[in-house]
Design a protein around this ligand. Structure first.
Ligand code: GDP
Ligand code: IMO
Ligand code: MG
Length: 429
């Protein structure tokens, strides 16, 4: 088997699958960790040595001083929120000498954040439930070829560039009924953030390829989940970037031939934050119990996450568009609080049994889940288990069924939030 030198870690559901934990875990074996899309809408939890960190834009390998962490060109970066995140890590004792930021990354600015909220309020009952971080507006400007980039932030004329852009955007803000943003009130914050950020900015494409030529192992850390992908997700209830593993290529400049595998991160059940269809969602006291046990609240927005059973129809689709042959099954320990575990194997749509995710939103809302039930391993504390063999029979049955349906190998089983609560079934990286 070819040695994996470029591995993409991708969320296979609607985000919050545990990508941060896995990326941080695998980072110890990598030389370079790259984020390739999204912005500070992400919230990646990393827990080790009794401490818990929440990363928004910075890759999860940052805690290893000897690993290079790159924020790729495919990201949208809010300089103020990045500076805040950097300060939190500096205060925690990390040098950040290992942080590199792409000069091509798109800027997510004050007006983008304002417009995100305003546009959502105009959508009334069709609002998406965004994180209100300016993600949609900044990617819109990128596609429209008018956004500012990190190289503009570093430009000696940044003050004028920002002033002009703000003037243009204030017209749009007024159109949406918002209050104009004052240049005088905001510029100082950007100049302050610039002092912290500028030393880390580089042309990252040649940088990545130099590292690759030195035979370095590169881990690509996805944000969000495949069902939030702009092309493949439950459109329009999605984010604005290419979340799927293929997004690592345009989002970092790594060539197709240099990424040789991907690992799908799969939560043992399903969660979703924000609006949109969710076939296996359920609302009873079991959902509340899972939400409390697993603390299913958004890292960034603190919104309660919606809860559903594992959806293999959705996951098969996600497996296909990402092409992952390996999976990491996360939060398996949470299922030990239940008597019964359900898995959706098909949908029923207008009286017909189907095995695919309908494209039309109306059909997605009409689709009913068809479940297979599994006996749980209720009451068994699996969080201290270190090997697959130790796991209860019921847990193994569940894992095998998922592997069989998706035709993948589950190589990592996560049995708790902390780094040490991880079972490695097979080393792939
Ligand atoms: P990400 O966005 O994919 O990085 O995931 P989040 O950090 O937003 O959400 C995952 C949540 O599950 C975090 O609170 C993690 O600490 C937690 N978590 C990760 N793996 C496990 C696990 O195996 N068991 C439990 N109980 N919690 C986990
Ligand atoms: P991580 O990386 C879960 C959701 C929002 C909303 C939709 C669009 O932690 O898995 P946006 O602000 O991106 O325009 O919002 O996408 N969303 C996430 N949900 N985890 C995330 O990131 C998310 N990032 C965005 O809730 O429904
Ligand atoms: Mg998250």
């Amino acid at each position: 088997m070819e040695e994996i030198k470029g591995l993409v870690v991708v969320g296979s559901q609607w985000g919050d699958e545990g990508k941060g934990k896995v990326a941080n875990y695998l980072a110890k074996k990598a030389d370079v960790i790259v984020r390739y899309q999204g912005g500070d809408n992400a919230g990646h939890t990393v827990k080790f040595e009794g401490k818990e960190y929440h990363l928004r834009s910075i890759p999860s390998g940052i805690f290893y001083e000897d690993k290079i962490n790159i924020m790729g060109n495919g990201m949208v970066i809010n300089p103020l929120s990045l500076a805040k995140e950097m300060k939190e890590l500096l205060d925690a004792g990390y040098t950040l000498n290992n942080l590199v930021i792409s000069s091509r990354a798109t800027l997510d600015m004050s007006y983008d954040i304002e417009l995100d909220g305003l546009k959502e309020s105009k959508l009334k009952d069709k609002f998406i439930g965004t994180t209100k971080k300016g993600i949609g507006p900044s990617y819109t400007d990128k596609a429209e070829r008018s956004s500012l980039r990190m190289c503009d932030f570093l430009d000696e004329d940044f003050e004028t560039i920002y002033k002009n852009k703000l003037e243009e955007k204030n017209q749009l803000i007024e159109f949406y009924g918002g209050n104009k943003i004052s240049y005088e009130d905001t510029i100082a914050f950007y100049l302050e953030a610039k002092k912290l950020i500028a030393p880390h900015v580089k042309e990252t494409v040649s940088f990545i390829h130099n590292l690759r030529e030195e035979n370095k192992k590169i881990l690509f850390e996805g944000a969000q989940g495949t069902m939030l992908d702009i092309d493949f997700g439950t459109f329009p209830y999605v984010t604005s970037s290419s979340v799927n593993a293929g997004g690592a290529i345009p989002g970092s400049g790594i060539g197709l031939g240099y990424v040789n595998d991907c690992l799908g991160i799969i939560k043992a059940y399903t969660t979703r934050v924000g609006e949109g269809p969710f076939v296996t969602e359920f609302f009873d006291e079991k959902a509340d119990m899972i939400r409390e046990i697993a603390h299913e609240y958004g890292v960034n927005t603190h919104r309660p996450r919606r809860i559903g059973w594992l959806d293999l129809v959705q996951l098969k689709y996600s497996q296909s568009v990402n092409g992952f042959k390996y999976g990491a099954l996360m939060l398996l320990d949470v299922l030990s609080s239940l008597d019964e575990i359900k898995v959706c194997t098909n949908y029923e749509l207008d009286g017909k049994v189907i095995d695919y995710l309908p494209v039309s939103l109306k059909e997605q809302y009409r689709a009913k889940p068809i479940y297979k039930s599994f006996k749980s391993f209720k009451g068994v504390d699996i969080s201290k288990m270190k090997t697959y063999e130790e796991l209860p029979l019921e847990a193994k049955e569940y894992i095998k069924f998922i592997e069989g349906y998706l035709k993948i190998k589950i190589v990592i089983i996560s049995v708790g939030p902390a780094k040490e609560e991880t079972i490695i079934k097979e080393e792939i990286f």
